[in-house]
Design a protein around this ligand. Structure first.
Ligand code: SAM
Length: 287
């Protein structure tokens, strides 16, 4: 027990968020990053990669609802889904709740993230222990899409649930990767990606949308509220291969008809998420 222990996530050189830790459950330095799972006093169990908060039991549902259900309720019939990253399992868990989904392939580069979460954060990672529709691959998502685009199989929805653009995740924000992602998508395909902080990472957002704009037909960015990410407001990008619109083509009636219950996602929030604060609109002008 480490009853007086606090951890701090440092963001850049001017901002930090502190959490009271009751217990350190897992700590490992892997080939890719450090992976820690701690039991916090206020947020339940928390996964940190390289000291950055990835998920907490308290608020993970906001991130996972919005990364999964937004594209899955826009695509007309999502059957084949790819998740890149997402080693905590939360995104795969939400994808697999959709009855139309026949297969979810998940490619996470660091097996230790999955192992740590399966042992200590079953709330997100239970699904990784075995699900008949889940194909869990431990490998590099960049290499995966490079090889997959040469096959005849296509994905309806691709979700990039990655860490920030450093280390092995850096290429996940670049043009070569998204060119391959586009080739892996079926005609109606949608790709949604972790899109960083509107408050602190406007340049990354602009660069991501610029890359997507050169490759995809329609591009959007949408926001959600995240308790444990710096600044609280966070984004996902949404890009389509065909002429699909996240609000006009939103299958609203399918939300209630699915019989699924959500703690964060709902019909109104789906649409509202695409209405951006003025400072974001200004930053993204011209895209
Ligand atoms: N919700 C999180 C966030 O934004 O903080 C992301 C969570 S998930 C744990 C991110 C995962 O992406 C990490 O486990 C990391 O190992 C994985 N990842 C990073 N680069 C990758 C790559 N090239 N291929 C596959 N997975 C990758």
């Amino acid at each position: 027990m480490h009853s007086n222990l606090w951890i701090e996530e440092r963001y850049k050189d001017f901002y930090g968020m502190r959490y009271k830790v009751e217990n350190v459950l897992y700590s490992k330095k892997t080939e890719f990053q450090t992976v820690d799972v701690v039991e916090t006093k206020g947020h339940g169990k928390m996964l940190l990669n390289d000291g950055l908060v990835m998920v907490t039991e308290r608020d993970e549902i906001a991130y996972h609802d919005m990364i999964a259900h937004v594209p899955l309720f826009v695509h007309p019939n999502p059957k084949n889904v790819l998740v890149i990253g997402g080693g905590d399992g939360g995104t795969a868990r939400e994808v697999l709740r959709h009855s139309s989904v026949e297969k979810c392939t998940m490619v996470e580069i660091d097996g230790a993230v999955c192992e740590a979460c399966m042992e200590f954060i079953p709330q997100t990672a239970e699904v990784l222990k075995g699900h008949p529709k889940l194909d869990l691959i431990i490998g590099d998502g960049v290499k995966f899409v490079q090889e997959f685009q040469a096959t005849n199989e296509k994905f309806d929805v691709i979700i990039i649930d990655s860490t920030d653009p450093i280390g092995p995740a850096a290429p996940l924000f670049g043009p070569e990767f998204y060119t391959n992602v586009n080739k892996c998508l079926a005609d109606n395909g949608i790709v949604v990606s972790q899109g960083e902080s509107p408050w602190f990472e406007a340049e990354i957002q602009k660069s991501m949308l610029g890359v997507l704009n050169d490759i995809f037909k329609n591009i959007f960015i949408y926001n959600f509220s995240n308790l444990t990410y710096p600044g609280g407001l966070w984004s996902f990008t949404f890009a389509t291969k065909g002429d699909i619109h996240p609000i006009n083509d939103f299958r609203k009636e399918a939300v209630a008809a699915s019989g699924l219950e959500f703690s964060y996602y709902n019909e109104g929030l789906h649409q509202a998420a695409f209405y951006l604060p003025t400072f974001m609109k200004k930053n993204l002008e011209g895209l």
